[in-house]
Design a protein around this ligand. Structure first.
Ligand SMILES: *Cc1c(COP(=O)(O)O)cnc(C)c1O
Length: 392
C-alpha cells in the first residue's frame, strides 16, 4: 500500500497513544515497557511531570522569537552547560546532525582564521554515525549511508575503529581534527576504552589538532556522567550534543572551548529555531534533573542491575546471545539470532528495544527507570529469548 509518508523507515506495526515514565500505551490499552526511549531521547521518561510543567509554563508565555533578540532561557541553559563541562561556548541546534554541521564548520573556520585554509581533513571512524545531513553522512562514510548521494562533502578520512597506529599514520599537515563517538551507538554499542580517548587527546595536543567528540547518544547522563568523555579524565575541544538534552523536545547543541570557537563570529552561522525559549526551557529542566550526583549515581547502580541480569541471560541462552557491551544505561547485546528477530520478539513480549549495527540489540531506557522496571525488563527479555529458542 502506498503511503503519504516518504517510505524511508521500516516501521513496526505499532502506534502509541500515551506514555508514562518507562511505559507506552496503545489506543487499545496494550502496555509496553520502553527500553529504547525514542533512541536515547526520552532521558526522563514519557510525560515527565516536571518537564510537562516546564514546557506548559513556557508555552503559555512565549514559544519563539528568533535569535535576533536576547533569549534569557537560552542564556541560562548555555550557562548551565558551560558550568557543567569543558566548554566556554554553546550554540543551540535542533538535532544531532545539525550539531555535526556546525562542528565541522567550526573546525574549518578555526584553521582558516589561522591562515591554514588547506587544513580541512577530519579523521573519523568506521562504524560511526553523525546523522543524515551532507556533513553527517560524509563524516561517517560507509556505503549504507552514502550510496547514491554523491558527490560527498570532501575532507573526511575514515579509519578503522580506534586503531592508534592507523591514526598516527594518517595525521599530516592538512589534518584539522579527530571526530569520535566515545561510545558508538548506531555502530553497535562499541565503547572506546578510556585509555584510547586519553591517548587521542595526547595525539591531538602533540600535532596541534582539535579533538571533537560526538556525544549525541552517549551524553546527558546516559553513561552515569553528564558526558561520556569525563570517564577518561580528558577534555575535548568540541562536543556535539542532542537526543537526551531535550528529553523529547527537539534540541541539540555544540559545546566548544573558546579557542576552538574563535572563528565563529557574528554572521558566520545561524539557526531560525535553534535555542528558542520553548526548547531551552525544557532543556534547562532536563539538565537540572539529570546533572546531580544522586541522579547520575542512580544511573550507575541501575546499570549494574541491568548488566548483571544480562550476563545471566547470556549464560542461560548462549544460542541466542553472544556478548554484552556498553556502559551506564547504554547497553547492547550482540545476538546470534538476527537482532531484528529479537527486537520483533520483544514486541510480542511487550518490551521495546532498538537494533544497531553488528547484530546488536540496544537497551537505552529512560535514565529514571526504576530498579523494579529494570528487573521487569530483564524478565521480558528472557521471555523473548525463550520464544526465539523455541522457534529455532
Ligand atoms: C542520533 C545521532 C546523531 C544524529 O542525530 P539526529 O538528531 O538524528 O540528527 C548523530 N550522532 C550520533 C552519535 C547519534 O547517535
Amino acid at each position: 500500500m502506498s503511503s503519504s509518508i516518504l517510505p524511508t523507515y521500516n516501521r513496526a506495526p505499532l502506534a502509541f497513544d500515551k506514555g508514562q515514565g518507562s511505559w507506552l500505551f496503545t489506543k487499545d490499552g496494550d502496555c509496553y515497557l520502553d527500553m529504547g526511549a525514542g533512541i536515547a531521547v526520552n532521558a526522563l521518561g514519557h510525560s515527565n511531570p516536571e518537564l510537562v510543567e516546564a514546557l506548559t509554563f513556557q508555552a503559555t508565555k512565549l514559544w519563539h522569537v528568533s535569535n535576533l533578540y536576547e533569549i534569557p532561557e537560552q542564556r541560562r541553559l548555555a550557562d548551565l552547560l558551560v558550568e557543567a563541562s569543558f566548554a566556554d561556548n554553546v550554540f543551540f541546534t535542533n538535532s544531532g546532525t545539525e550539531s555535526c554541521e556546525l562542528a565541522v564548520k567550526m573546525v574549518r573556520k578555526y584553521w582558516y582564521e589561522k591562515g591554514q585554509e588547506n587544513r580541512v581533513e577530519i579523521i573519523t571512524f568506521e562504524g560511526s554515525f553523525h546523522g543524515r545531513s551532507s556533513a553527517g553522512i560524509a563524516a561517517a562514510g560507509g556505503e549504507k549511508l552514502t550510496k547514491g548521494f554523491g558527490p560527498m562533502l570532501p575532507g573526511f578520512v575514515h579509519l578503522p575503529w580506534a586503531n592508534h597506529d592507523a591514526i598516527e599514520a594518517a595525521i599530516n599537515e592538512d589534518t584539522a581534527a579527530i571526530l569520535i563517538e566515545p561510545i558508538q551507538g548506531e555502530g553497535g554499542i562499541r565503547c572506546l576504552p578510556d585509555e584510547c580517548l586519553k591517548s587521542l587527546r595526547i595525539l591531538c595536543d602533540k600535532h596541534d589538532i582539535l579533538l571533537m567528540v560526538d556525544e549525541v547518544q552517549c551524553g546527558i547522563g546516559r553513561t552515569g556522567k553528564l558526558f561520556a568523555y569525563e570517564w577518561s579524565g580528558i577534555e575535548p575541544d568540541i562536543a556535539m550534543v542532542a537526543k537526551g538534552i531535550g528529553g523529547g523536545f527537539p534540541l541539540g547543541a555544540v559545546l566548544a572551548k573558546e579557542h576552538a570557537a574563535s572563528g565563529m563570529t557574528a554572521g558566520t552561522h545561524g539557526s531560525t529555531y535553534g535555542g528558542n525559549p520553548l526548547a531551552c526551557s525544557v532543556g534547562i529542566k532536563v539538565l537540572e534533573l539529570i546533572n546531580t550526583p544522586k541522579f547520575l549515581n542512580s544511573v550507575v547502580s541501575k546499570s549494574g542491575i541491568m548488566s548483571q541480569g544480562l550476563l545471566r541471560l547470556i549464560d542461560s541462552y548462549p544460542d541466542i546471545f553472544e556478548e554484552i557491551r556498553g556502559t551506564g544505561l547504554m547497553l547492547g547485546v550482540k545476538c546470534k539470532c538476527p537482532n531484528t528477530d529479537f527486537v520483533k520478539g520483544g514486541y510480542e513480549n511487550a518490551i521495546l528495544t532498538v537494533p544497531a549495527s553488528d547484530n546488536v540489540v540496544r537497551l537505552l531506557p529512560a535514565l529514571n527507570i526504576t530498579a523494579e522496571e529494570v528487573n521487569e525488563g530483564l524478565s521480558r527479555l528472557e521471555k523473548t529469548a525463550v520464544c526465539l529458542r523455541n522457534a529455532l
